[in-house]
Write a new protein. Structure first.
Length: 421
């Protein structure tokens, strides 16, 4: 069963308290610890003989667990919050950071409590979403001592801090941004979210391998943002789907009434829409519904459709519509249900998507550290992860770092989005 992830309601009182506590204390430890036991005081030696001292073999010596330091740089922007009269609208910017941190720490704790072989130290820093603040943080000894940096979360912050990550040679995770890693040129960057280019290439590959149409028609509304998807999609078709004819039309130049002229009357047509504009989509859907009575039409759309609440799933099903997605969450299944239960118990509120994503990232990297210690990055390409929110399958690029190649195709079916591959 597939569930489209929506932002869940949370309790305002607990959120305010959470921000207040984080404002007072911006560092936290999540170590696997064991109590230090004191041995009994030895009785006075009544023997006159000198004690025999036996040198322990290397295998007999007890080693202290290796400490792994993880620094989280998140946009709490706490200085902008008035704790005496704060409300939810005041804390909008801080919510993402708080939810992500709480989920991340739960992920690390989950590994730490499973007889982990290392200690985990979490260091929490407020980026304030400010370049000057990031430069100040980069100069801190605590940051320089980190084994892993998680954040910043917004593209401008990632670009700024990538300079320091490269110089310090410390791996840095981009946890939320869907930006193209090429923009940052950081070989130490780990990008969790898929870029729009990846979505476009995934759609092209799916069309070639699964849909196998006689013709593909790319229809643009004329808005500039559509090129961000349309351009890589055409490149994907050129490289992955050679032999399938592709027509690109601008609806302003052609007009709705002339769309049929670009369709094949004798075979399957895939119509690709890179638009997210509500008015345009409403109009083009009406036209395609009429044409579907005469032509075989399958629709492939922008990944933003997954969050478009205005879409009528009945119309999407009639048009045999698909989109691509970075994640799939089933809140009632296995680990998801356990996580939600524990999160509710711990924080008295529902986990947002940022909390779930934080858990996956924390659990994944803590697991790698537990397995390989300070050499954990050597496992990133080798160890895939089936997460609650995201799946991870990283590929390394020598210039742009590690990008997540895991991506799904979803079909609008039975009033929901269902994974098809």
């Amino acid at each position: 069963m597939i569930l489209v992830l929506n932002r869940l309601q949370r309790l305002s009182g607990n959120k305010i308290i959470g921000i207040f506590l984080l404002g007072m204390f911006l560092s936290a430890c999540s170590p696997k610890t064991a109590p230090t036991k004191k041995g009994p005081t030895p009785a006075p030696d009544k023997q006159k003989e000198e004690p025999v001292i036996k040198e322990l073999e290397p295998s007999e010596k007890t080693k202290s667990p290796e400490e792994m330091i993880i620094s989280l740089i998140l946009p709490f922007d706490l200085g902008a919050v008035n704790y005496q009269n704060a409300n939810l609208s005041d804390m909008k910017k801080s919510e993402i950071a708080i939810d992500f941190y709480q989920g991340f720490k739960m992920g690390v704790d989950s590994v730490a409590h499973q007889n982990a072989k290392v200690n985990y130290k979490l260091q929490l820093f407020d980026s304030k979403d400010d370049p000057t603040q990031l430069a100040n943080l980069a100069a801190k000894g605590a940051i320089k001592a980190s084994n892993l940096i998680v954040g910043p979360v917004f593209p401008n912050g990632i670009k700024t801090f990538s300079i320091y990550s490269r110089n310090l040679k410390i791996p840095m995770v981009s946890p939320l941004a869907a930006s193209d890693p090429y923009l940052f040129q950081n070989p130490y960057l780990v990008s969790i979210n898929n870029s729009l280019d990846q979505h476009a290439f995934k759609a092209a590959s799916f069309i070639k391998q699964k849909l196998k149409p006689k013709k593909v028609v790319l229809i643009r509304s004329g808005q500039a943002d559509e090129y961000k998807y349309a351009v890589p999609f055409k490149k994907g078709m050129d490289s992955l789907a050679k032999g399938i004819p592709v027509s690109e039309i601008g609806i302003k130049a052609v007009g709705m009434a002339n769309v049929f002229k670009y369709l094949s009357p004798t075979g399957s047509n895939v119509v690709v829409l890179p638009a997210t504009d509500r008015l345009f989509l409403t109009d083009i859907f009406k036209e395609l519904i009429k044409l579907s009575e005469t032509y075989q039409i399958t629709l492939v759309g922008h990944p933003g459709w997954e969050r478009a609440s205005f879409l009528d799933y009945r119309i999407m099903e009639r048009l045999n519509a698909y989109t691509t997605s970075s994640y799939q969450v089933n809140y009632k299944y296995g680990r998801s249900a356990v996580f939600i239960k524990n999160y509710r118990s711990k924080f008295q509120l529902e986990p947002s998507e940022y909390a779930v994503k934080g858990f996956d990232i924390g659990y994944y990297f803590a697991s790698l550290m537990n397995e390989k210690g300070k050499e954990f990055m050597s496992l990133v390409e080798k160890e895939n992860y089936d997460g609650i929110h995201n799946d991870f399958a990283f590929v390394k690029d020598s210039k742009t770092g590690y990008y997540n190649s895991s991506l799904m195709v979803m079909k609008f079916e039975s009033g929901q989005l269902k994974k098809v591959n």
